[in-house]
Design a protein around this ligand. Structure first.
Ligand code: CA2
Length: 147
């Protein structure tokens, strides 16, 4: 695996509820699209969705051991609360691109702060699910530059 795509809590419901905020594309659609884009870029993408903070922390550490070169992550609501996920990224010392489907800055004030953004290699916000592809394109360029 070269890149791990991580989706946090509730994103398993993508495309099935709240289409006004998050659209009608399902998580499986997103994962298939990013995996196919990775193949075109010569990157093996693995996908992981988890509703638990510790599960995400564990997967970040495991990915490092598996030789992962970087991450695309939509941390969901953990964006706004999780020092543990930030610490995991600091520990593995690999680049990650943070993506949010909605424009969090146009929403409630509690969504304006991210614990991850200050250490992210890039942040994509408010571009809908296309943001996942934009995030992988940026991460691929970073990985290429570092090789
Ligand atoms: O805009 C984003 O991508 C968010 O990361 C989505 C999170 C939210 O807590 C962040 O502030 C912004 C929520 C994910 C919930 O996903 C659902 C998808 C469809 C239906 C219900 C929830």
């Amino acid at each position: 695996m070269d890149v791990l795509l991580i989706n946090g809590p509730n994103l398993n419901s993508l495309g099935t509820r709240n289409p006004a905020q998050y659209g009608t594309t399902t998580l499986a659609d997103v994962e298939n699209s990013v995996t196919a884009q990775g193949e075109e870029l010569g990157l093996r993408v693995e996908c992981f969705q988890n509703n638990h903070e510790g599960g995400i922390v564990d997967r970040i550490h495991e990915a490092k051991k598996q030789g992962c070169k970087g991450f695309v992550i939509n941390p969901g609501a953990y964006t706004h609360t999780s020092i543990a996920i930030r610490d995991a990224f600091e520990a593995v010392e690999l680049p990650f691109v943070e993506i949010h489907i909605s424009n969090v800055h146009a929403r409630e004030a509690f969504r304006h702060h991210s614990y991850l953004s200050p250490i992210a290699a890039g942040v994509i916000v408010g571009c809908g699910v296309r943001g996942y592809n934009l995030a992988l394109a940026h991460l691929a360029a970073l990985i290429e530059e570092r090789s």
